[in-house]
Write a protein that binds this ligand. Structure first.
Ligand SMILES: Cc1cc2nc3c(=O)[nH]c(=O)nc-3n(C[C@H](O)[C@H](O)[C@H](O)COP(=O)(O)O)c2cc1C
Length: 340
């Protein structure tokens, strides 16, 4: 196993453990919808179909970027891709860096010939290898868009992580201007603030995935992998670093109304997906909740998608919202100041 493959295998094992989920929870529960005792509609007539990147999809959520580039990564991707295809739900790939560096086959398009697939690279790889790597990431899976992930906290905690973040924004800007497909920029669990979102928008980015604090904690996962006592000492106060998705979504939406947002980071069920839509996201993304089903089978992933869709439909029903458009204006109960 290469270094990258063994790191990815560690990530899968650790991401499944609850101690590496944000210990204070996601905060999504702070947003409570007003309950409608009179929905005045039938559950059967609720339509949650949506659109993303110009294509129609079955529901406004996607399978968040997870791993590839290790033995179980291939099997995980097959199960996710087959389910994405069967359910017409978009799938974001995990980082393609290892597959491209090691020239490994990337069969995901074979398993999902018509689903929306999002390629994935780290921002520091883009800064180091430029547009050529981005083009190869897209071409190798015929991706509908390329996701670039920003993970400065993870890189600091990770042994031998990338410390030089000069010229990352310039590399993103170049990529957005010259790549043939849309570029989406995401965090991995510490969140994209309004300040960072504005910089990205000025660099030509139209899609941002919030990926705030509240779900999988990459600082915690990398800390568990780091055996250096001094590095562990330095990292300890930062395990909880980051900004909550529930606070970032309305803040970024207010600061950059033209930006299209993907709500993620601690989204755990269909009610959380509804909360993201209510707070200004076009679509939501879940990563860790798909990991256990993906290790099992494509049927298990399909079942997970069915549950999420039904939970979302229940939320529309219980708020008296006939459509996703109506959900965007559903009344809230006990609304914190920042959501108004
Ligand atoms: C096992 C695993 C591997 C991941 N690998 C990647 C990756 O390669 N690229 C990326 O952009 N994000 C990656 N992520 C981060 C997720 O896409 C997501 O932003 C983060 O986990 C927060 O969402 P969650 O709370 O729903 O897990 C990974 C997440 C998990 C659980």
């Amino acid at each position: 196993m290469t270094d990258i493959s063994s790191r990815k295998a560690d990530h899968i094992e650790l991401a499944l453990q609850s101690e590496h989920q944000a210990q204070q929870g996601s905060g999504f529960d702070r947003l409570r919808f007003e309950h409608s005792a009179l929905p005045q509609l039938s559950l059967d007539e609720i339509d949650i179909s949506s659109s993303f990147l110009g294509k129609s999809i079955a529901a406004p959520f996607l399978i968040g970027a997870m791993t590839g580039g290790c033995d179980s990564g291939e099997m995980i991707n097959q199960h996710l891709a087959e389910a994405a295809e069967a359910c017409n739900i978009p799938m974001a790939l995990g980082s393609q860096r290892a597959a491209l560096e090691l020239k490994m086959p990337q069969d995901v398009r074979r398993w999902a010939p018509s689903a929306i697939l999002l390629g994935n690279l780290g921002a520091t790889q883009l800064q180091q290898h430029g547009l050529d790597l981005a083009r190869r990431a897209v071409d190798s899976v015929q991706a509908n868009a390329l996701v670039i992930h920003l993970n400065p906290l993870q890189e600091l905690v990770q042994p031998n992580g990338d410390r030089d973040w000069n010229l990352v924004l310039e590399a993103i800007q170049n990529c957005a201007a010259r790549l043939q497909v849309p570029v989406i920029v995401k965090e991995v669990g510490a969140g994209i603030s309004p300040t960072s979102a504005k910089k990205l928008m000025d660099a030509g980015i139209q899609w941002v995935e919030i990926a705030g604090r509240g779900g999988t904690s990459w600082a915690s996962i990398e800390l568990a992998r780091n055996s250096s006592a001094i590095q562990r000492d330095i990292a300890a106060p930062f395990v909880d670093w980051g900004m909550d998705s529930i606070d970032l979504l309305p803040a970024v939406h207010a600061a950059c109304p033209e930006l299209r947002l993907i709500g993620s980071g601690g989204v755990r069920h269909g009610l959380d997906i509804a909360r993201c839509i209510r707070l200004g996201a076009c679509i939501s993304a879940l990563a860790q909740p798909f990991l256990a089903p993906a290790l099992q089978s494509s049927e298990a992933v399909i079942e997970k998608i069915t549950v999420l869709k039904e939970q979302l439909r229940w939320t529309l029903f219980l708020t008296g919202s006939r459509s996703l458009q109506a959900l965007k204006n559903a009344p809230l109960q006990a609304v914190p100041e920042s959501f108004r």
